[in-house]
Design a protein around this ligand. Sequence first.
Ligand code: FPP
Length: 247
Amino acid sequence: MDLKSQINIEKLPRHIAIIMDGNGRWAKQHGKPRVFGHRNGVTAVRETTEAAAELGVEYLTLYAFSTENWNRPKLEVSALMRLLVDTLHKEIETLNKNDIRLQAIGDITKLPGSTYKALLEGIENTKDNKRMTLVLALNYSSKWEIMEASRRLAQQVEAGVLRPEEIDEEIFAGALNTSGMPDPELLIRTSGETRLSNFLLWQVAYAELYFTPIFWPDFRKENFYTAIIDFQQRERRFGKISEQLVQ
Ligand code: FPP
């Protein structure tokens, strides 16, 4: 039986987040510069986005650039930013054809002007699409996001529009970049690393974590299906015991 037909569409995660890792090592294996890995990573982005939309996943979040990634060699950073602009320009039409809305999380105002502009255009041009939301995490850091949310809430308290005792999980989640999105139920990381690397720390509180040794440029629909099948075979208890779960 093929992998796709083993997926229970009734129990699909509403939101899947992915730490795309291993582009550099993949390039090295092929005797090529790191940028070659990033360029081939775009194929995996396309495949995964298509697979998620076809299945009916509502949100797909991809960690495309972390705040820490600025520490990479200048040439790699600028090549990545250019690749983002090129990919956004090329793929917006495809997103529209497939009814996919683009959104971004992270401190995007600090991105180079051309990347920021391409991103805003992409978000604006796809804002009415309904089938799936593709969220790019760019210049994203979870600690930064949580600090920003705290700051915003503190300002509201200072302004007298919010009382400290009113701050609950819902209000706090609403102050994060991911406001309005369901929390990811499944987090995938490629390349054999088993860290969260400052990604969606608040939001993955109950997510199932799935690690695969495959390098991101080699990640294909079948690998995505395998991760979902693995997710569906796990029992999600949210702190309860098995007998308390309604089937
Ligand atoms: C991680 O591999 C990958 C990145 C930091 C960049 C991911 C970006 C892309 C795949 C292109 C983005 C395109 C769009 C439209 C989202 P790594 O460089 O950390 O690999 P390594 O751990 O082997 O060095």
